[in-house]
Design a protein around this ligand. Structure first.
Ligand code: UDP
Length: 378
């Protein structure tokens, strides 16, 4: 019997972008896919191995909560995992006031201002007395001040944004803050999406299933080198696009996060993740027991993880967040790299670092499916 010869594809990075494309191409029956990752694990930044001693599933790169309005993306991922429904809640710790819901809602305002706003109309009237009137708001600060006024904007977003991005709120593009819903009622949830869930057996299990295919091979602790290119018909590359081009137009800015783990005998926080919107160095604190699917039995100690944002150079060149600004300098640099990338017929850049987009998980899966399906019909 003559076996069909399949074209070889290289995928750089075994996170959501790479794994989604790998599976889609392998499922077509036309390609043999080799996926490499410089880390010693698959699942990218969603990697969530079990800490056996503590009986906890811990997201190594910070909490990942799946949410989407796109039923097709959810159905697609449901081929590889079951889910536990989970509507994410966050509270901010505010000095002298304690824990308050975030996004700001009616309870937040009643707690902070010691008032008794009864309904949405009350909340809107109250915010009307605080809000600013920037015509055609151009940045995150003006957008927030037009809703909440200067004091609440600074309290919840100004200092947090400074430490998270090393930018003033006035330098942050509006779409970053638009990730948070605006609430006039008591809804305590962080997202509005119709579908919100955690993979029942964790993200790592989801990735193991996604990559479990006879035409997918995986090499870990394997760094991409340009000499690999000649062995493949096409490369899907999630490495930082500026690094691929040897930063010839300058290094793109990315933010990173250092995770500080503390083992405690006792601890209380009201929700799985608490935000610190003050001037201290931490932005978030996670109690892993509180995430559905993460608490796996009795333990002798509790694990708390705190996040300290930093530049990627200060965190072993781990690039987590592309940094875009109102002035647009990073975007201009990225455009030059994208222009170079478009000349490469044998390579497609994918994912947060390859496309320099602040993607959520569902968005990167949607975009990667589109890329793979376009490739299959090209
Ligand atoms: N943000 C803030 N205060 C908060 C939470 C968020 O100022 O307590 C701003 C901040 O600029 C942050 C952005 O809103 O980077 C988006 O927040 P999100 O929680 O979506 O960030 P991610 O989970 O992606 O780190």
């Amino acid at each position: 019997m003559i076996s069909e010869i399949k074209d070889n594809i290289l995928i750089v990075g075994a996170g959501f972008a790479g794994a989604t494309i790998a599976r889609e191409l392998a499922d077509s029956g036309r390609y043999k896919v080799h996926i490499i990752d410089q880390r010693n694990h698959i699942a990218g930044n969603a990697y969530d191995p079990i800490n056996e001693a503590l009986k906890l599933r811990v997201h190594q790169y910070g909490p990942h909560i799946f949410h989407t309005n796109d039923q097709r993306i959810f159905d697609h991922l449901s081929r590889f995992t079951q889910w536990i429904p989970y509507q994410h809640k966050v509270e901010a710790w505010i000095d002298k006031a304690g824990y308050v819901p975030l996004p700001i809602n009616r309870t937040t305002l009643n707690t902070l201002y010691h008032c008794q706003l009864k309904d949405e109309a009350d909340v809107k009237n109250f915010l009307d007395t605080l809000k600013c009137h920037h015509l055609a708001p151009k940045n995150a600060q003006e957008i927030a001040e037009n809703i909440y006024g200067a004091e609440l904007t600074q309290l919840f977003f100004g200092r947090y944004t400074q430490k998270m991005w090393s930018l003033k709120l006035s330098e942050l593009p509006t779409e970053v803050l638009a990730r948070l819903p605006v609430r006039y009622d008591d809804n305590p949830h962080y997202f509005n999406d119709a579908i919100q869930a955690m993979p029942a057996q964790g993200y790592l299990h989801l990735f193991e299933n996604m990559l479990d295919h006879p035409d997918i091979s995986v090499s870990l602790s394997c760094t991409f080198e340009k000499t690999m290119e000649k062995n493949y018909q096409h490369i899907f590359n999630s490495m930082p696009i500026d690094v691929y081009f040897d930063e010839k137009y300058g290094a793109l800015p990315y933010r990173s996060i250092q995770f500080v783990h503390e083992r405690l005998q006792e601890h209380y926080q009201p929700v799985p993740t608490v935000n610190f919107t003050d001037e201290g160095m931490y932005t978030r604190q996670t109690d892993w027991r509180l995430y559905p699917g993460c608490d796996l039995g009795k333990r002798s100690e509790i694990l708390i993880t705190k996040e300290i944002p930093c530049s990627y150079e200060d965190n072993n060149f781990e690039r987590y967040y592309p940094v875009k600004t109102v002035a647009g300098e990073p975007q201009k640099i990225y455009k030059r790299y994208r222009g170079e990338a478009e000349k490469l017929n044998h390579m497609t850049f994918i994912g947060r670092c390859g496309q320099y987009i602040y993607y959520d998980m569902h968005q990167v899966v949607a975009n990667s499916l589109k890329i793979a399906r376009n490739f299959l019909v090209s």
